[in-house]
Write a protein that binds this ligand. Structure first.
Ligand code: HEC
Length: 162
């Protein structure tokens, strides 16, 4: 009985392997990449590339375990969802307001340790950020808001009811 169940599960796992994820990175214009717009210092660029770009850009790197189902589906879901919320490769196509808001959120999510996703840093030790790195990165994002969008970020939020 147990042997049959084990064999059944194994068969299912083998069949799942036929459903590989699509690893084609979408093509985008390099001029729209956040790196080319903000020109971050090397230190920031390195962190963004190792800790954010796998889910928030079109330059995703796919480690070996993305060949294994169902793990790969779960990872692909993070990538698709991450890109749809914020794609640094398409940053230049965002409206000023949206782009400014994404910078604000980036600072917030980094400080609150929601980003990079904890499940990502389990497998990517190099993407684990120290408290100093978080503060440094968040400050840098906030600074970019005033550098790139002086008009948008200096406008106070419209207060409700008016
Ligand atoms: C493993 C994939 C992954 C990594 C790595 C990752 N993110 Fe995310 N990110 C997501 C997903 C999925 C969402 C959407 C769900 C959510 O908000 O939790 C998201 C949401 C966000 C949002 C919210 C966007 C919005 O408008 O709601 C911001 C900002 C963000 N990420 C910034 C970052 C930054 C900055 C880094 C690097 C320090 C990073 N993320 C690393 C997957 C990732």
């Amino acid at each position: 009985m147990i042997q049959k169940i084990a064999f059944g599960l194994l068969a299912v796992l083998v069949i799942l392997q036929f459903f590989q994820i699509d690893k084609t990175n979408p093509v985008s214009n390099p001029a729209n990449d956040f790196m080319n717009i903000a020109n971050p210092p090397e230190e920031v660029a390195t962190i963004l590339k190792t800790a954010c770009y796998d889910c928030h850009s079109n330059n995703t790197r796919y480690p070996w375990y993305t060949n294994i189902q169902p793990v790969a589906w779960w990872i692909k879901d993070h990538i698709d969802h991450g890109r749809s919320e914020l794609n640094f490769s398409e940053f230049g196509t965002y409206s000023q307001r949206r782009a400014d808001h994404k910078l604000e959120e980036s600072a917030e999510y980094i400080l609150s340790e929601e980003m990079p996703l904890p499940s990502f840093t389990w497998a990517h030790a190099e993407a684990r950020l120290t408290d100093e790195e978080r503060t440094f990165l968040a400050d840098w994002f906030e600074e970019q808001r005033t550098v790139l969008f002086p008009d948008t970020s200096s406008t106070p939020e419209p207060s409700s009811g008016r």
